[in-house]
Ligand binder design. Structure first.
Ligand SMILES: [Zn+2]
Length: 312
């Protein structure tokens, strides 16, 4: 067997040369170590976190000269990076248990995804329509461990809906009614592809504008003044300045100091951007849209919401 091959036929690396750089290996080998070399050394040294992507990143930044002390290199470079990553991903975060109440298609999903990435396992979610996550199926959520929940208060179609609990921590979202109703129609039709006629859209829209009025009356305009102050988040303000809004939201969801670095990283990886398809809507009709808005013009003004016709 060649001196350069290990017991498994792998190319052998210099063993740990002790303290410091240069040491015993200096001048013996020429060139640099590559990914395979580092992987082999990593196993030998008992580093359990070998990660080829991470090592490739390291090798892009810095060549590892043959003969250098492999243990020192791995310890200094890899362990530091790995520890930093672990502390970032597993930092102990706590959430204030919060009830999310939103009119459909007003930005609940992007806020949930950002919060999930930020809080990690501390976010215990409840979507009453889905079995995954909490799975209790009740509104409001009955799980005492839950830290964030979804609720569109659909009961307002028929009655007064779910009770407002004054001591609860509420995060409330709404949006221009025309834009949210059109977006909701797209979603609704995924399950009801037979709703293909103008009359189907008109019936849906008139039913929804009535729900929208009741929703903003109850959760925003007539919200009990003696209850804990909710956080109100208009979709339009979230889109206009996601960074500011997300920082405010995450601060509302936790008493812990905001991790600015984590917020910046998450927003860079998962930007919040409008996905509006209003002009492409097959029943696009500004006259009918205006008629819908006129039903609720006073509320739009009090909430300072833009008209459907304004670009956001
Ligand atoms: Zn639940």
């Amino acid at each position: 067997m060649s001196r350069n091959l290990g017991p498994d036929g792998e190319r052998a690396l210099p063993k740990d040369h002790g303290q410091g750089h240069g040491g015993a290996g200096q001048g013996r080998d020429v060139g640099t170590y590559g990914l395979e070399d580092l992987a082999l050394a990593s196993r030998r040294e008992g580093f359990k976190f070998f990660n080829s992507t991470l090592f490739l990143e390291l090798l892009k930044k810095r060549t590892v000269r043959r003969g250098c002390c492999i243990r020192s290199f791995l310890s200094a470079e890899v362990i530091t990076i790995e520890r930093d990553n672990q502390s970032k991903e597993k930092r102990p975060m706590k959430m204030k248990p919060t009830q999310g109440v939103s009119y459909p298609r007003s930005g609940h999903a992007p806020v949930f995804h950002i919060a999930k990435r930020y809080f990690g396992d501390a976010l215990i979610y409840c979507d009453p329509k889905k079995k995954k996550h909490c799975g209790c199926g009740s509104v409001p959520c009955s799980n005492p461990a839950r830290t964030f929940s979804k609720n569109h208060d659909f009961g307002l179609h028929r009655s007064v809906g779910v009770p407002i609990i004054p001591s609860e921590h509420y995060f409330i979202q709404y949006r221009n009614p025309v834009r949210s109703i059109v977006s909701n129609f797209y979603l609704h039709r995924n399950n009801h592809p037979d709703m293909a006629k103008w009359a189907d859209w008109e019936t849906f829209a008139r039913r929804c504008i009535s729900h929208w009025n009741r929703f903003v009356d109850k959760w925003v305009l007539d919200f009990p003044s003696d209850a804990d102050a909710p956080f109100y988040c208009g979709y339009e303000t979230l889109i206009a300045d996601p960074e500011t809004r997300v920082r405010e939201i995450l601060s509302f969801l936790s008493d812990e100091p905001l991790d600015d670095e984590a917020v910046a990283r998450i927003l860079e990886q998962h930007p919040i951007a409008p996905r509006d398809r209003l002009s492409a809507f097959e029943f696009y009709d500004p006259i009918f849209f205006k008629e819908l808005e006129d039903v609720t013009a006073e509320r739009l003004a009090r909430l300072e919401l833009p008209s459907f016709a304004e670009e956001i």
